[in-house]
Design a protein around this ligand. Structure first.
Ligand code: ZN
Length: 184
């Protein structure tokens, strides 16, 4: 989380109140403080009442940053934590192809740490995680839908959609929670 709290913004205006999920603190908030033009445009910078971060909206009310997906997971090894955080930021900034590439990497790394052979294809690693019970049997359908994100050759770059990324992210989040946060 970024720190906007230690000092106050100055000369902010009172705006019409708006509800949103703050990109920085992830709280559902309502704010009527910030900056904007006095016309009816939606173009505004609202200050989060919780963490003071500026939340930017364009003329159509669209924001360049969505809220950070997923939850903080306890007990992740540092290198997994760094990649997991980066995946969340990729989805937050609508960089879905990059998010999917990193998620594939995290799945393959996990499988190798759990004893799978190196230099195999993505499908092999999904099968490995399922057959070893690292993917819970009730999450196997989810695993099958994630498998199709691994069929392209390494030198090809495919565009991934928000749906691809979100689907894969739900799977990763469950996998990490079950295998790190709730592990013995
Ligand atoms: Zn906030």
């Amino acid at each position: 989380m970024y720190n906007f709290k230690d000092s106050d913004w100055s000369n902010e205006y009172k705006l019409s109140s708006k509800q949103f999920v703050c990109w920085n603190c992830n709280n559902q908030v309502a704010s009527d403080k910030g900056y904007g033009d006095p016309s009816h445009s939606s173009k505004r910078i609202y200050l989060c009442p919780h963490c003071n971060a500026p939340n930017i909206f364009d003329h159509n009310g669209k924001s360049p940053l969505s809220n950070l997906p997923g939850k903080e997971i306890k007990k992740l090894p540092l290198d997994v934590l760094n990649i997991y955080d980066e995946i969340r930021k990729c989805i937050q900034t609508q960089s879905f192809t990059a998010a999917v590439m990193l998620m594939r990497k995290i799945i393959m790394n996990m499988a190798v740490v759990e004893g799978a052979d190196k230099n195999q294809n993505f499908s092999y690693y999904i099968d490995y995680l399922c057959s070893q019970g690292i993917v819970h049997k009730k999450s196997k359908n989810k695993a099958q839908s994630v498998r199709q994100l691994g069929n392209d050759a390494n030198h090809e770059i495919e565009n991934r959609t928000q749906e691809d990324a979100q689907n894969c992210f739900e799977f990763i989040e469950l996998l990490l929670i079950a295998n790190y946060e709730f592990a013995d």
